[in-house]
Design a binder for this molecule. Structure first.
Ligand code: 13P
Length: 282
């Protein structure tokens, strides 16, 4: 089927109290592996790329890969720009054909974050492309993007932010961080419930790698409808490749080790879809 936007799938998830898994992909193999998992689980999914991933191979290369995989699949698939770092990059993604855009102004002041998020939301609205923005700061490192000074989302600010920007989903900071955690992450789930009470658009959880499944599910039950997974997929793919090359040091056919990397990613994504409870929702 053709690519869809992330809007309806997230609104359905919000109403049904489950979440859409949003999976960061880095190469063709990861795209194929995620789509295979979605197909086997009959789950709608979002595939996404960060600015540094986009820098590696280009928006059109990733979009072409995802579009081809989606075309051959029977489940709804959206292509999302993750952590769009500027108005310019968001517009490039829109023009290229991404069907979902994030603008991340979380490192700016509240007013500057509103200004850039509103500008992107206004520009995407005529094409009916949904826009996610972030308020508060998710800690940790997401490839080129590093935050050592995380800040939680304030519910009152969230109301003002959503009204002032016209965005369609909001990424909240409640104690998750990009990358793995040193100890068990302490999530402020009461804050999440407070935000849910006053904000009606779908809410997004970043930094889910390393968060226990039960904690992700608690967040979903309290109002999260999109969960982002990146680091664990990178690790899974790399582990599959390393395992094959470890056992076959003379191998030189990328298809051989790529297949094992894909197998690892598909297995992981199926588990994450189950955590999100989006299986059978396609
Ligand atoms: P992780 O790398 O912690 O899974 O975070 C993913 C993410 O939030 C991408 O935006």
């Amino acid at each position: 089927m053709s690519l869809v936007t992330s809007l309806k799938m997230m609104e359905d998830a919000d109403r049904g109290r489950y979440a859409i898994g949003a999976f960061n992909v880095e190469n063709m193999e990861m795209v194929m592996a995620v789509v295979k998992a979605a197909e086997e689980m009959k789950a709608p999914v979002i595939l996404q790329t960060t600015p540094s991933t986009v820098k590696y191979a280009g928006l059109d290369m990733y979009l072409a890969n995802v579009r081809a995989a989606a075309q051959a699949a029977s489940v709804p698939i959206a292509m999302h720009l993750d952590h769009g770092s500027s108005f310019g990059l968001a517009m490039q993604a829109l023009r290229t054909g991404y069907t979902s855009i994030m603008i991340d102004g979380s490192k700016l002041s509240f007013e500057e974050n509103i200004a850039v998020s509103k500008r992107v939301a206004d520009a995407c609205r005529p094409s009916l492309i949904p826009v996610e923005a972030e308020l508060g700061k998710v800690g940790g490192k997401e490839d080129d993007l590093e935050c050592n000074d995380p800040g939680y989302t304030d519910p009152d600010d969230a109301v003002k932010f959503v009204e002032a920007t016209g965005i369609t989903s909001l990424a909240v900071a409640i104690g998750t961080a990009h990358g793995f955690y040193k100890g068990e992450p302490k999530l402020d789930v009461d804050r999440l419930s407070e935000i849910r009470k006053v904000v009606s658009i779908p809410l997004v959880l970043h930094g889910a790698s390393g968060v226990p499944d039960s904690a992700v599910q608690e967040c979903i039950s309290r109002g999260i409808s999109k969960v982002n997974f990146a680091t664990e997929l990178r690790v899974a793919y790399s582990n599959g490749v390393k395992e094959y090359l470890g056992a076959n040091p003379d191998a030189f056919d990328p298809k051989k080790y790529g297949a094992v990397g894909m197998e690892y990613v598909t297995r992981l994504v199926k588990e994450k879809i189950q955590v999100c409870q989006s299986q059978g929702k396609a």
